[in-house]
Design a protein around this ligand. Structure first.
Ligand code: URP
Ligand code: ZN
Ligand code: ZN
Length: 466
C-alpha cells in the first residue's frame, strides 16, 4: 500500500481504543492504522511522537456572518473556518435562516454563497423554519436536497424567527415521517418577555447593568421550554435535539425523558462548562451576553456530569462573534446587546484543558462529545468523526500538555476579544488535516480558503445517540 502521508507514532484515538500507531493516508481518506507503516519515495511523514492524534472536531452549532440584533456577526466563512482549523475543527454546521419572504431553499442558497470560495474546512447547514405556514410544505424538498436537520427558535420574535408550539408539533411530526431531526433553541418566550419588561427601567439598568441579562432569565426559562419541546417529541415520536443546554434542570428533564425512551438528545457549549454569570459583574460583562446566558457553577457541574453519564451528547460553541465595537451598541441597555460569543478556535483547547486535563472527561470521552457523537447524530458518520480506515482523513495533532495563552491578537477570529482571554490552554492544534491535506502546520494556517466542501446528507445517518 502506498501512502501520500503517514502520521508517525502518535497516541491515536480510534473507535476500538487509544493506541500508539501510525496513520496512513491515501488521497482524502485514511488507508491504514497500525505500527511501522512504510513510506514510499513521495510520502510525507508527519512526526506525532509524544502527541495525541484525534479525529477532527465537528462544531455543529456555528453562526457565521449572521444578521442578528441589528448588526452582522463579525466572523465570516474565511475568518471563522480559519479559526476553527486552528482549534482542530474540520467540519462545521451553520444555520441557514430564511428572512422575510424567503423560502427554505432561498436560505440554503444564501448560506451556500456565504461559504463558497471562503471556507477552509467542510460545512453544511441546519435549515431554520421561521414561518410555519409558509415553510411546512418545503421541508421534504430540503431533505431531498441533502439537508436533514432543521431548527426552530422558541424566542427571537423581534428577529422574525420565533416558532410556536403548533410549528414545533407539526415539524416534529414531519421529522418522524422523514427520519430527520429538529433542533430547538429552548427558552420560554412569554415569561421571558414579562421578566424583561418588569426589569426594563432606567433605575434598574443603572443599578445592575449587564447583570440584568442573568436576572431576567432564571433557570426555569430554559427548563420549561425544554419540558415542552420534550413533550412534543414524546407524543409525535419526532427526533429532537436541544441546542446549547445550560441548566441543571434542563439536564435532569432530558435524562428522565431519555429514560422513558423519548428520542431526545442534548448539546451544551464550552462556555456553559467553564464560565458562570459572575462575569456580568465585570466592567466588560456585557461582552459575555449570549442566549441562553451563562449560569451558575452548579449548572456547569451538572452538565459535566451529564456528559459523563450520556445525558449530554455533544459539546459545541454556538459561535456568534461580535467585536467590542458591536457589543458597545448596548449603551447600558442589556436588551440591545448583540448576543453571542466567539468560540470556534477555543472549543477543543477549553474542553481538553478543563475536561481531560482536569479529569472530568477521558480523552476518549472528549472525542466522543466533540467528534464521534456530532458526526453520528448529524448524519456524517463514519465519513466524519472517527479515525478509521475509509473515513475522511480529518485529524488534529495536539500536544498533551504544552499551553498557549489565549490572545485575540494572535488568533484568526475577527473578534477583538475572547471570553477566555489570558487563559493558558493546552489542546490547540499543532497540525490539522482536512481530507488528507495539512491545513494547519505548527499552529499556523497553511490551507487555502475555498477548499472546504459542502457536505450533503441523507436521512440514513440521522440518529439520536448518546
Ligand atoms: O446568543 C446567541 N446564542 N446567539 C446566537 C443565536 C442563538 O440563539 O443561537
Ligand atoms: Zn440559540
Ligand atoms: Zn446558536
Amino acid at each position: 500500500m502506498t501512502f501520500d502521508t503517514i502520521i508517525r507514532g502518535g497516541n491515536v484515538v480510534t473507535p476500538t481504543g487509544t493506541v500508539i500507531a501510525d496513520v496512513g493516508i491515501t488521497g482524502e481518506t485514511i488507508a491504514a492504522i497500525g505500527p511501522g507503516l512504510a513510506p514510499s519515495g513521495d510520502t510525507k511523514v508527519l512526526d506525532a511522537a509524544g502527541h495525541h492524534v484525534i479525529p477532527g472536531v465537528l462544531d455543529v452549532h456555528v453562526h457565521l456572518e449572521l444578521p442578528f440584533c441589528g448588526t452582522t456577526s463579525s466572523d465570516d466563512y474565511r475568518s471563522g473556518t480559519r479559526a476553527g482549523a486552528c482549534g482542530g475543527v474540520t467540519t462545521l454546521i451553520d444555520f441557514a435562516i430564511p428572512y422575510a419572504g424567503e423560502s427554505l431553499n432561498d436560505a440554503a442558497d444564501n448560506w451556500m454563497k456565504r461559504a463558497e470560495g471562503k471556507a477552509l474546512i467542510d460545512y453544511t447547514f441546519h435549515i431554520c423554519i421561521t414561518r410555519w405556514n409558509e415553510h411546512k410544505d418545503q421541508i421534504k424538498g430540503m431533505v431531498d436536497r441533502g439537508f436533514t436537520t432543521f431548527k426552530e427558535f422558541m424566542i427571537y420574535e423581534s428577529e422574525g424567527w420565533q416558532s410556536d408550539d403548533r410549528a414545533m408539533f407539526g415539524t416534529l411530526e414531519k421529522m418522524k415521517e422523514y427520519g430527520t431531526m429538529l433542533l430547538v433553541h429552548a427558552e420560554s418566550a412569554r415569561v421571558l418577555d414579562e421578566l424583561i419588561a418588569r426589569h426594563h427601567t432606567p433605575e434598574l439598568m443603572q443599578q445592575y447593568g449587564a447583570r440584568l441579562h442573568a436576572m431576567t432569565r432564571p433557570n426555569f426559562i430554559e427548563a420549561e421550554a425544554i419540558q415542552r419541546a420534550v413533550m412534543w417529541s414524546e407524543v409525535t415520536g419526532g427526533q429532537l435535539y436541544i441546542v446549547h443546554m445550560s441548566t441543571a434542570e434542563g439536564t435532569e428533564i432530558v435524562k428522565q425523558a431519555q429514560a422513558r425512551g423519548v428520542p431526545v438528545v442534548a448539546e451544551t457549549c464550552a462556555q456553559y462548562l467553564v464560565l458562570n454569570d459572575d462575569v456580568f459583574g465585570r466592567d466588560d460583562g456585557h461582552l459575555f451576553a449570549c442566549c441562553p446566558q451563562l449560569k451558575k457553577p452548579a449548572d456547569s457541574a451538572r452538565l459535566w456530569q451529564g456528559l459523563r453519564d450520556g445525558t449530554v451528547s455533544v459539546i459545541s460553541t454556538d459561535t456568534c462573534t461580535f467585536t467590542r465595537e458591536q457589543k458597545a451598541m448596548w449603551e447600558g441597555d442589556w436588551t440591545r446587546i448583540p448576543m453571542g460569543m466567539p468560540g470556534l478556535e477555543t472549543l477543543l483547547p477549553v474542553v481538553y484543558t478543563h475536561g481531560v486535563l482536569a479529569n472530568k472527561l477521558s480523552l476518549d470521552e472528549m472525542c466522543l462529545k466533540l467528534s464521534t457523537n456530532p458526526a453520528r447524530i448529524m448524519g456524517l458518520y463514519p465519513r466524519k468523526g472517527t479515525i478509521a480506515v475509509g473515513s475522511d482523513a480529518d485529524l488534529a495533532i495536539i500536544h498533551p500538555t504544552a499551553t498557549r495563552t489565549v490572545s485575540p491578537e494572535t488568533m484568526e477570529t475577527n473578534a477583538d476579544w475572547s471570553p477566555f482571554e489570558g487563559w493558558d490552554l493546552a489542546g490547540f492544534a499543532r497540525t490539522t488535516l482536512s481530507r488528507g491535506e495539512v491545513i494547519v502546520e505548527n499552529y499556523r494556517v497553511v490551507g487555502k480558503e475555498g477548499r472546504g466542501k459542502w457536505l450533503p446528507r441523507t436521512t440514513a445517518g440521522i440518529h439520536v445517540r448518546r
